[in-house]
Design a protein around this ligand. Structure first.
Ligand code: IPM
Ligand code: MG
Length: 348
């Protein structure tokens, strides 16, 4: 029996976790693994219940889980609080040592129509961003008063080595190309980063390695996304560019994400936020969440058949022109209708 922990977050996170649990029930005939599912409040919900977005009870439960599904967190009602829901997200990443965040995009001919890019530019894109998740400006010293603010961006060798090796290994299982993105013309952390990539490269002689400055890559990603395979970068660059990746897919609602550590449970979540404005209105695009469930089944449990069945049902539905309103303002359907259409195409 394997344990899946569902962290019920804020806004659309709540309905997305419900949909994930429903999907796991539908896919059951294809599963070899037996699952026990537990749900616990996280983020804003946990602030309301426990006074902290990542209370000890969640940490203890998370440490015992085999995989974690997270809805999405954040709500404007906590904007004035010192401990916001986002604090919980950073804390769980650090506590579980989830150092590698993966956000990927594959665009077939049928799905290219949803991208704002020209079909000839986007079709055939198969790219993965590997984002360092527990270092850099997110976790550096902070200072803030009326007239002065500091965000320290620090990286030590061990953190860089660990993520760079992860990226090389991922590239080995894919198309054997690695791009390392940095700002080595300005930042000291980037100079160290680039040096370490160069040091490690000889251990992976089959991988073609390139470096690019982050500003240049921001342009490349929208003008020539097909040219890239695995792209590795530090935390803040990865945050920004993975949203750009979602935008070229056509919507933030399309991109799944997985965060991995050394052993322990991995955490899967949609790459988007909690969208409180559309929460509970049957409007959310569930694709990012449902693809995160597929990613969990494949990566944490080796359930390749079930994962592929979910991915195919989603892409068949979208290829048939059935999408939510974020992708088609006029013809887009409600979440519930969209999900029913996915289930119709789910081959179980
Ligand atoms: C993400 C999100 C988070 C981040 C926020 C909610 C703290 O944008 O997972 O990309 O910046 O890492
Ligand atoms: Mg982000």
């Amino acid at each position: 029996m394997k344990k899946i922990l569902c962290l019920v977050g804020d806004g659309v996170g709540v309905e997305l976790i419900d949909l994930s649990i429903e999907l796991l029930a539908k896919i059951k005939p294809l599963l070899n693994t037996k699952f026990e599912i537990e749900s616990i409040p996280f983020g804003g919900l946990a602030i309301d219940k426990y006074g902290h977005p990542f209370p000890p009870v969640v940490q203890i439960t998370a440490e015992k889980a085999d995989a974690i599904l997270l809805g999405a967190i954040g709500h404007p009602k906590y904007d004035a609080c010192t401990i916001r829901p986002e604090v919980g997200l950073l804390a769980i990443r650090k506590a579980l040592n989830l150092y590698a965040n993966i956000r990927g995009l594959t665009v077939t001919k049928e799905l290219a129509k949803y991208s704002p890019l020209k079909p000839e530019i986007i079709t055939g894109t198969d790219i993965v961003i590997v984002r360092e998740l527990i270092g850099g400006a997110y976790f550096g010293k902070k200072e803030l008063d009326e007239n002065y603010a500091v965000d320290e961006m620090a990286y030590d060798r061990a953190l860089i080595v660990q993520i760079v090796k992860y990226a090389f290994e991922l590239a080995q299982s894919r198309h054997k190309k690695l791009l390392s993105v940095d700002k080595a013309n300005v930042l000291a952390t980037s100079k160290l980063w680039r040096k370490i990539v160069e040091e490690i490269a000889p251990q992976y002689p089959d991988i073609e390695v390139k470096h690019m400055y982050v500003d240049a890559f921001a342009m490349e990603l929208i003008s020539n996304p097909k040219a890239y395979d695995v792209v590795v970068m530090e935390n803040l660059f990865g945050d920004i560019l993975s949203d750009e990746l979602a935008a070229i897919a056509g919507s933030l609602g399309l991109l799944p994400s997985g965060s991995f550590g050394v052993g322990g449970a991995a955490l899967y979540e949609p790459a988007h936020g909690s969208a409180p404005d559309i929460a509970g209105k049957d409007l959310v695009n569930p694709v990012a969440m449902l693809l995160s469930v597929a990613m969990m089944l494949r990566q944490s449990f080796g359930e390749e058949v079930a994962a592929t069945a979910i991915e195919q049902a989603i892409s068949k539905t979208m290829a048939a022109g059935i999408v939510t309103k974020d992708l088609d303002k006029n013809e887009g359907v409600a979440t519930s209708i969209f999900v029913t259409e996915i289930y119709k195409r789910l081959e179980v």
